[in-house]
Design a protein around this ligand. Sequence first.
Ligand code: PLP
Length: 362
Amino acid sequence: MASLSDLPIRDDLRGQHPYGAPQQPVRYALNVNENTHPIPEGVARHIVESLARAVLTVNRYPDREFTELREELARYLGHEMTPEQIWAANGSNEIIQQTLQAFGGPGRSVLGFPPSYSMHPIIAAGTGTRWLMAERDADYAISPETAVAAIEAQRPDLVFFCAPNNPTGTPVALETIEAAYEASDGIVFVDEAYAEFMPAGAPSALTLLPGRERLLVSRTMSKAFAFAGARLGYLAADPAVTDALRLVRLPYHLSAFTQAASVAALQHAPEMLAMVDDIAGQRDRLLAELPKLGFRAFDSWANFVLFDGVDDPHATFLALLERDILIRDVGLPGALRVTAGTAAETSYFLEALAELGPGGAH
Ligand SMILES: *Cc1c(COP(=O)(O)O)cnc(C)c1O
C-alpha cells in the first residue's frame, strides 16, 4: 500500500492533518458539543413521513434553490429576515468552505483569533487561503481595539469570529464585530454555531446585518437543534452574498432528503429546542462545580465548558475514557473541554473527575 507522501498531492497540503476528533463508542460522549438529548418521537415521526414523500420523487434532482427550506430558516431566525438573505449547505462547515471558495482562495488571506474552531484553518488550507492569526486579550476576550489593530496590521481579505467561541465559550461583543467591519474592506464572517445557548436577550450579530453587505452570520442545526447527523448549516447575509455562493456551490448540493428532513424539523422548532434551557442549566452547573474540584472554568455562553488547572490533560482524558467518558483535549496547556449533556451525564462526569482530581490519578 502506498502512503500519502507517494502521491502527487498539492504541495500546500503536504504535512497537513485532517480533522480528527475521536469517534469512539462510549456511554458518555461529551466531546463534540452535540445535543445529547434524542429528538422527540413525534418530530421523528413527522420527519420520517416527509422523507417517505421525498423518496417517491427521488428520480428527479432536488430543488436547487431549496426554496421551502430557506423560507423555514428565515422564519426561524426572525429579525425580519427574508428567504433571499438565507443560504444553506451540508453543515456550516460547507458554508465556511463555500465562503472561502468565493471570497478567499489562492492569493487571499483570512484572519482568525486562536484558540478558536479548529476547522477554520483546515478549511482555509483546503481552499488555498492563507491563514493569519491574531492574539486575544486576557481570558480569551477580543476587544474592538484588539480586532482593529490586528486587521490594520495584517489587512486580511476575510476576518473570522466565532461567537460564542469554541473551544473557550467566550462571547464576542457586537462592538468588536462592528469595529472589525469598519476597519476592514473584506468579508467579516461570524460563526454563531452556539447562538441558541447565549443568555436570553443577548443580541446576535444578525442584528448588525442591515446596511452591512460584507457581514456574514452562520448558524447550524448541529448543536442546539439536535440535528448533527442530518448535516444542515446556514448563513444569513445580504442577498448579493448568496449570489456569490451560487458561483461556487455544486449544483443540487442539498439532497432531497436533507431538505425534507430539515424543513420538517424546523416546523417543530420549539420542541426541537425544548432541551436548550436544560443544557444551559447543566453548563452553569459545570461552571459552578468545576472550581470546587480545584479547576478554573472559563465563563461560557455555549453548551460546553473549558477548564484548566489539569496537571496532565492527556492523562485525565485517558482516565475518563477508561470510565466510558469521552471529552476533548483541545491542545491548550493544562486544559480540557467538556460538553454539557443531560443532568445524569453531567453528574457522572463530575463524579469521575472528582475521583481523579487535578492530578488525573486516583
Ligand atoms: C460544531 C461547530 C460547527 C458545526 O458545524 P456543522 O458543519 O454545522 O456540523 C460550526 N462552527 C463551530 C464553531 C462549531 O463548534
